[in-house]
Design a protein around this ligand. Structure first.
Ligand code: ADP
Ligand code: MG
Length: 293
């Protein structure tokens, strides 16, 4: 392969909205047979909105919103921002937080109005003596059945509410996944979100294989395991929690709409955050290299 011909390929990439780190990237792009896709912010827009609030009997909706919103106001997670915005809209100004801690891939904790508050996945509440009330479990299951994300709110040892947030699937995702299949690639969904939500999103965009409830530090192991099985893996992601997996993959593709950390860890950047550009990149790499040979 002559450097000049490869540079032509990368120039065409820029026109398609794909930024390529260097011409050597085209070779691994051509060999890829598996595409691992992060869910939030990659297959979906990542712009979540607060849709619904369910509270345990005896609890006050506004209080659940106020304490959860105050805590989430300190977090940059898309789920957190949706909850903070929705809570502020319904309850007015949110109180301040002390001792805010982000528990990567699980949720957040802190002290609001003298209460020790937790917001996040059920696993966060594992140490609490009291079981999650049945009405909350039902509300959570119903939301997840529809592909929505339900997070639990609790304080001072008891789960008190469930907040339902939803994140729209990008209108171009299903088409991009058909294009991956046309190129002979196997799409796989990888997410920290729970199994039911992940399956529902996967089904809506045409993905059969799903790795759900994967903690941020374990995403890289999923990529390694696929590589151990002889797969040549492209990983597409947007978040800080995807960076290690993006670096480990044979080809890392970052959403241009994502975090700088993800972009830095990647070989290619999809400028517009449109997944179809990933299929374009692979098609382009194959064509560029076949004209050189
Ligand atoms: P993804 O892999 O889909 O980008 P993350 O690894 O960031 O998701 O988060 C996994 C799950 O942890 C979320 O679906 C949510 O249930 C929970 N979670 C993480 N951060 C928060 C937060 N700030 N507030 C509420 N829930 C959270
Ligand atoms: Mg993400």
């Amino acid at each position: 392969a002559t450097p000049t011909a490869l540079m032509v390929g990368t120039g065409r990439g820029a026109q398609l909205g794909i930024l390529i780190k260097g011409p050597e990237v085209l070779e691994s792009t051509r060999r890829v047979d598996t595409v691992v896709l992060d869910k939030t912010g990659t297959v979906t827009t990542g712009r979540m909105t607060l849709l619904d609030v369910a509270v345990a009997s005896g609890e006050d909706v506004n209080e659940v919103l106020r304490l959860a919103g105050a805590l989430e106001n300190a977090s940059e997670h898309p789920i957190a921002q949706a909850i903070a915005a929705g809570a502020a809209q319904r309850t007015g100004q949110l109180p301040s937080v002390e001792g805010f801690t982000n528990i990567e891939g699980l949720g957040v904790q802190g002290v609001v109005d003298g209460h020790a508050v937790l917001v996040g996945r059920v696993r966060l509440f594992a140490d609490w003596a009291q079981q999650m009330p049945a009405d909350l479990q039902l509300a959570k299951a119903a939301a997840e059945e529809e592909g929505r994300t339900a997070v639990v709110v609790g304080w001072d040892g008891a789960a008190r509410g469930v907040l339902v947030v939803a994140d729209a699937i990008k209108p171009t995702s299903a088409q991009a996944i058909r294009q991956f299949r046309d190129l002979g690639l196997t799409p796989i969904l990888l997410t920290g979100d729970n199994e039911t939500v992940a399956r529902s999103v996967a089904q809506q965009v045409g993905i059969d294989e799903v790795f759900a409830e994967v903690l941020p530090q374990d995403k890289v192991d999923v990529v390694k395991r696929l590589q151990d099985q002889g797969k040549v893996v492209a990983m597409v992601g947007d978040g800080v929690n995807d960076a290690a997996a993006l670096a480990q993959a044979d080809l890392g593709l970052a959403m241009g709409t994502g975090t700088d950390v993800a972009i830095e860890a990647s070989d290619l950047t999809l400028v517009r955050g449109d997944l179809r550009a990933a299929a374009d990149a692979i098609r382009l790499a194959r064509k560029t290299l076949s004209t050189i040979k």
